[in-house]
Design a protein around this ligand. Sequence first.
Ligand code: MLT
Length: 317
Amino acid sequence: MKILITDKTENEVVQQLKDAGQEVTFNEMDPATLLKEIPKYDGLMVRSRTKATADVINAGAKGSLKVIGRAGIGVDNIDLPTASKNKIKVVNAPTGTTESVAELAFGLMLAASRSIPQADHSMKQGLWEKKAFKGVELCGKTLGIIGIGRIGTELGKRALAFNMKVLAYDKYIQKSPTAKIAMVSLEKLLKESDYLSLHIPFVKEEGATIKEPDFEKMKDGVIIINCARGGVVDEQALLKYLNSGKVRAAALDVYAAEPPTFKELVTHPKVVCTPHIGASTKEGQLRAGKICAEQMLLVLSGKTPDFWVNKKMMEGK
Ligand code: MLT
């Protein structure tokens, strides 16, 4: 069968598909070309650059498109209802980049606590502002994790190794992944956490999980980390509480609009920013690509994939 890969992918992943007997085309095509070319393919593999829009999927369905693979976690760039309606399976690689994202979130906790990027910037200006960068320790503090799935759990384990107390809240998970992480209500988590890190998807219909009234319930001096999706924290409210001093610092890898248009937040002196690089490690990208390829091969050989994102939608549930 024919597989089109439209976002940068490791040679090993291409080889894996070829070894399984697939004809593979790699081409970072523009949206108009993709629309024209997609009917020729049985499978489309993307990362986050390519947008598998309703038009692209409908065009693919008129040809032989059977599966869309996302070599990563989030499927915001794939129109799931249209894929489901056309019986096109969407698969992803939710286990591929767990460690990469957890490590970035942990790195951002340290960076925000010690103003590492700001201090580096100051040094590069030729300054020696030793007194300006008095930080706070992680040791002995409480980390509140919202969303205790794979990434949240890995972050929690790292925090425990730094002698932090770890609390978690999850709308869907009641049982703690490890005895040392205590499951609590959102209210308790907001009230008791010195650090707050979010690891949940963004559901457009539900809007932000952390909104203005939630900030009021937080501890003074809380540090907020978001490596999940921009929309899960209300950015206007975050700016308001950074300015009031209630929020000591924020470290963000994701934004409501990407690239971010809310410049006041990104340029805020108490904000540490990275350009959505949580999953961007050599190891993570390779693992995600391989898992995605494996999932697509399962679909193309008529088997049920393990990571079938639109299963419920396709089954009408
Ligand atoms: C993911 O969902 O896999 C990550 O956030 C990476 C990305 O979307 O760029």
